[in-house]
Design a protein around this ligand. Structure first.
Ligand SMILES: *Cc1c(COP(=O)(O)O)cnc(C)c1O
Length: 502
């Protein structure tokens, strides 16, 4: 299987090259030229397998330049049961909200307690094997822009991995205290963390600019290094996310909740559009999905886009209690537009150029109606997010984090509006303990909150009677290692200085 850039069809690469490079030189994103198609026979085969088995089969169909042994090795290392608290790294938990059943797909049982672990525990293994095939003996420099969870998950995945260095940038006021503490205490000899004065979009734009500046690439090349990406613009990040949608469907069939072939709805709390895009790609492979419910917080640029066909990032940016979704430029939408426009690289490039220069573009009627047919967009503000956490906890004794709550609230609205009762899988993207303050104030009956983050964790633990994930508990006594802050236009200089490259 080969991959091409969304902005230039003539840029064709292997899977290993797509993963090693991260982003195409023209600024476009790598996409598979076609999708493997799974019929009932393949699904019947997948039903018999566990998570790792399903992952091995799916990866083999995409990473055709990897041997099966290489793929198996990546999967075994990434999804070892001690890392994900059990044999199924993505368990389903069935809850009722406002009279409707929701199959909550808990994707946060990994080492950093957010769904990013599902991809970032395996990406370093994909990447080192890819480098070996394409740029042997070079060191990959992983640049990450994070709204909080990607940074920590990438640091944890890449720490002390040979032939890699990792640099993470996060918005100085845009992450939760727990997220900041997780990153600043990161161990490892090849890691670096820096806050930037600005929001996530500034960090992401800064990183993309560094990637596509030829002079910087040349300097690295002269030092035997190359840039790569751990953001969801990297194909190696997206691919592992397809697996859990297919696997959760198989689990529902095996549990007798649906029959093979029945359609499901998928609800995803969305920021950069990576997670929900992975579910759409699963559908392109044959997974029966009826509707994709795209849930946003007050940064509702995607809600408006799905409803109007106009993407306009020129709007107020809100800092919310679901910070990992505080994003106005959803990078992976580019991949959806490419597919929905019938793989039209010229049109995709035109829209993306408009986004860069004017901050705004409109898709044509055909693409607009195709998107509307499959996607429902909705949003929920902080107040409703907290009400949802509170109600879910009162009714079901189930504690969900702020991002998951956004998804629950938008799903509830969708069912009210449409009365569509198709069985539903909802992606739960983080442990509630990563966002203790907001979650606690939703469930503590208005009592005063302690000041210290870890006292809040304790209080939440007492109220909810749920376990605090061990990786978060063990952070309490760790010392901070990183405290750099830089302006977003100083990022290139900072990167070169940190790498010791002139
Ligand atoms: C990253 C993240 C999201 C958004 O996922 P995208 O793939 O960027 O759309 C939602 N919730 C949490 C907790 C996250 O970390």
């Amino acid at each position: 299987m080969l991959y091409n850039s969304t902005e230039n069809k003539n840029e064709v690469v292997s899977a290993a090259q797509a993963i090693a490079q991260g982003i195409s030189k023209d600024g476009g994103l790598f996409v598979p030229q076609e999708f493997p198609k799974y019929d009932d026979a393949v699904f019947n085969q997948l039903l018999e397998l566990d998570y790792k088995g399903r992952a091995k089969k799916i990866f083999a169909d995409y990473l055709t330049d990897f041997t099966q042994e290489e793929i198996d090795d990546c999967v075994e290392k990434a999804y070892a049961s001690e890392k994900f608290g059990g044999d199924n790294p993505a368990p389903l938990c069935c809850k009722n909200y406002n009279g409707n059943e929701i199959n909550i797909l808990e994707l946060w049982h990994g080492p950093t307690c957010a769904f990013k672990d599902m991809a970032l525990q395996i990406l370093p293994h994909f990447l080192t094997k890819s480098l070996n095939k394409t740029y042997k003996d070079k060191d990959a420099v992983i640049l990450v822009a994070t709204s909080g969870d990607t940074g920590k998950a990438a640091l944890e995945g890449f720490k002390d991995v040979d032939h890699t260095k990792i640099l993470v940038f996060y918005p100085v006021d845009g992450v939760s205290p727990m997220q900041r503490h997780q990153m600043n205490t990161q161990e490892g000899s090849n890691v670096n963390v820096c806050a930037i004065e600005g929001n996530f979009d500034d960090a992401q734009t800064g990183v993309k600019k560094i990637f596509t500046t030829p002079e910087i690439a040349e300097k690295l090349e002269a030092n035997n290094m190359l840039f790569s990406s751990a953001n969801s613009i990297n194909w190696g990040r997206l691919l592992p996310q397809i697996v859990y949608y297919i696997s959760s469907y198989c689990d529902l069939v095996n549990a007798g909740k649906i029959k093979l072939g029945d359609k499901i709805n998928v609800v995803v709390p969305t920021g950069n559009f990576g997670n929900i895009l992975a579910s759409y790609y699963a559908m392109c492979m044959g997974l029966p999905i009826n509707k994709f419910i795209c849930a946003s917080n007050s940064n509702n640029v995607l809600t408006d886009f799905i409803n109007t066909g106009v993407y306009d990032k020129n709007r107020q940016f809100y800092t919310t209690i679901s910070p990992s979704m505080d994003i106005l430029v959803s990078s992976n939408l580019e991949r959806l537009l490419y597919k929905m426009s019938g793989n039209d690289d010229v049109l995709t490039k035109e829209w993306m150029t408009k986004l860069k220069t004017e901050g705004k573009y409109s898709v044509n009627d055909e693409v607009k109606s195709k998107i509307k047919e499959l996607f429902y967009g909705g949003y929920c503000d902080d107040e409703d997010t907290q009400k949802t956490i509170s109600r879910m906890f009162m009714d079901e004794s189930y504690l969900c984090d702020t991002h998951t709550a956004v998804a629950v609230a938008v799903y509830d609205k969708y069912v009210q509006e449409t009365n569509d009762k198709t069985p539903t899988v909802l992606a739960s993207t983080a442990s509630p303990y990563k966002f203790s303050k907001a979650v606690l104030s939703a469930v503590n009956d208005g009592k005063e909150l302690p000041n210290n983050e870890f006292d809040m964790v304790d209080m939440l633990n007492k109220i909810s009677n749920t376990d605090v994930p061990t990786p978060l508990l063990s952070l309490k006594d760790k010392k901070s290692r990183f405290s750099d802050v830089c302006k977003s236009d100083e990022m290139p200089k900072y990167v070169l200085k940190t790498l010791g490259v002139n």
